[in-house]
Ligand binder design. Structure first.
Ligand code: UDX
Length: 446
């Protein structure tokens, strides 16, 4: 099928690459000329496993192309995806400017029926706004009778496994009330609808709300566990034992119940805030979500508090080795990353940070520039050299097997603050560490 994707961010690019690989002719449109020039040469602006080879292959087969010319995209695609950003407004609500600009662009150039598909995470009611925008422009052009449909088709991909998630989705949600639209999308997604039926067809508003409900439910699980971890701290319980204890009940499940130093990324923080804001606009108060959000904000300070406590509030001139900058493993994304709150707290108190991350070093440099109190180190070992303590902020696989002898040797003092419960307290105690973790009794062998 002929497909156009507006927006070459995570969502748009992955969607385009996967659809091109499945044999569709896909054109990607973005207003960023620089980005499009680089994409044409197969250079991917983000780190996402498997994406670059897939993009390059589809460029070579001619199934995937890039352009800044919106008219080319509108002409090409029978199915047109809107996958542009929806950044939060000052009040937390999603800013729909980009989405509606694309809608207007489509209506400005279309001459035959188009299926306009919202892939961006947008508040309930956005499809209606897109519809109104398109109708207005078509009417101005004297084409009020030109048919089109606006469909909600939210994505559920996770950064770091976006390509795999797109190739093997848990579910494919198609929000439309038009039979023809449903058929078009069923056809498009047929290659991904294998093994069992994954397509769920529903009305547009339910599809829009499903996306928020999914992310908010997952964020709730995390904040709930972080709250339990704080209680475990006070009573001397072990949150990891509690996690296994409750996860064994299939109604709870093992996934997304890991306590830590808070969730980050481009989705959870933004979507929780946006749904709170939507509820307020509807005269409701989203009390659970407000608590989820507030717990998360506080949780990002959890390790900084423990660090300050260990050093009796004085970290002036101290040096901290920081392992992990990205908000989670397998991505270079530092949006809303707990590591940022941690570093900023430490800097505020006059400490220095020697950081290492397998992928997010450039991103860190971009965000913080050349700071006197930040040193980006080439290896995890280099970050440790002469530091007063190690802090683990992201659970990258390569941090998991800790060489305690080496770490002890390189650090000035054997102190580890583990924001992701990566190590066993008993083993750390035996190795002679002061080991601080989340929701488990700390050890003070140093
Ligand atoms: C999320 C959703 O999972 C995805 O379906 C949606 O489309 C986009 O938002 P993503 O933002 O890539 O994906 O990250 P995810 O893997 O869900 O992790 C989110 C955050 O939660 C990370 O900061 C992670 O460290 C944290 N987390 C996750 C926990 O703190 N504990 C857990 O048990 C699980």
């Amino acid at each position: 099928m002929n497909v156009t994707v507006f927006g070459t961010g995570y969502v748009g690019l992955v969607q385009a690459a996967v659809l091109a690989e499945a044999g569709n002719k896909v054109v990607c449109i973005d207003i960023d000329e620089d980005k499009i020039t680089r994409l044409k040469q197969g250079h991917i602006p983000i780190y996402e496993p498997g994406l670059e080879p897939m993009v390059r292959e589809s460029i070579a087969t001619g199934n995937l192309s890039f352009s800044t010319d919106a008219a080319v995209g509108v002409e090409h695609g029978e199915l047109i995806f809107i996958a542009v950003g929806t950044p939060p407004d000052e009040d937390g609500s999603a800013d729909l400017r980009h989405v509606l600009t694309v809608a207007d662009t489509i209506a400005t150039d279309m001459t035959v029926k188009k299926y306009i598909i919202n892939k961006s995470t947008v508040p309930v009611g956005t499809a209606d706004k897109v519809r109104a925008t398109v109708t207005k422009r078509l009417t101005e052009r004297g084409l009020a009778e030109l048919p089109f449909d606006v469909i909600s088709n939210p994505e559920f991909l996770k950064e770091g496994s976006a390509v795999a998630d797109c190739m093997r989705p848990d579910r494919i949600i198609i929000g439309t009330s038009e039979r023809e639209s449903e058929q078009k999308l069923r056809h498009l997604y047929a290659p991904f609808n294998r093994n069992h039926e994954k397509i769920l067809v529903m009305d547009v508003k339910s599809a829009e709300l499903t996306k928020y409900a999914a992310n908010c439910m997952l964020a709730t699980k995390i904040s709930f566990m972080n709250e339990m971890a704080n209680i475990a701290d006070k009573v001397g319980a072990d949150i990891e034992a509690v996690r296994r204890g409750i996860g064994s009940d299939p109604r709870v499940g093992y996934q997304f119940i890991y306590a830590g130093i808070g969730y980050g990324g481009s989705c959870f923080p933004k979507d929780v805030k946006a749904l709170i804001s939507s509820a307020e606009q509807l005269g409701l108060s989203a009390e659970i979500l407000a608590a989820v959000e507030s717990r998360n904000e506080q949780q990002k300070h959890y390790m900084a508090e423990k660090v300050l406590e260990h050093f009796d509030g004085d970290v002036q001139g101290k040096v901290f080795a920081l392992w992990g900058l990205s908000f989670k493993p397998n991505t270079d994304d530092m949006r809303e990353a707990p590591s940022r709150v941690l570093m900023e707290r430490l800097w505020e108190k006059g400490a220095r940070v020697r950081a290492f991350d397998p992928e997010a070093m450039e991103e860190c440099q971009r965000i913080y520039g050349d700071r006197e109190d930040l040193e980006l180190c080439g290896t995890k070992e280099a970050a440790l050299k002469g530091a007063d303590a190690l802090i683990v902020a992201t659970e990258w696989q390569q941090f998991k097997a800790l060489d305690t002898a080496e770490v002890k040797n390189l650090l000035r003092a054997p102190v580890v603050f583990d924001g992701r419960n990566q190590y066993e307290p008993e083993e750390m105690e035996e190795a002679g560490f002061c080991y601080y973790c989340v929701g488990r009794p700390d050890t003070s062998a140093c």
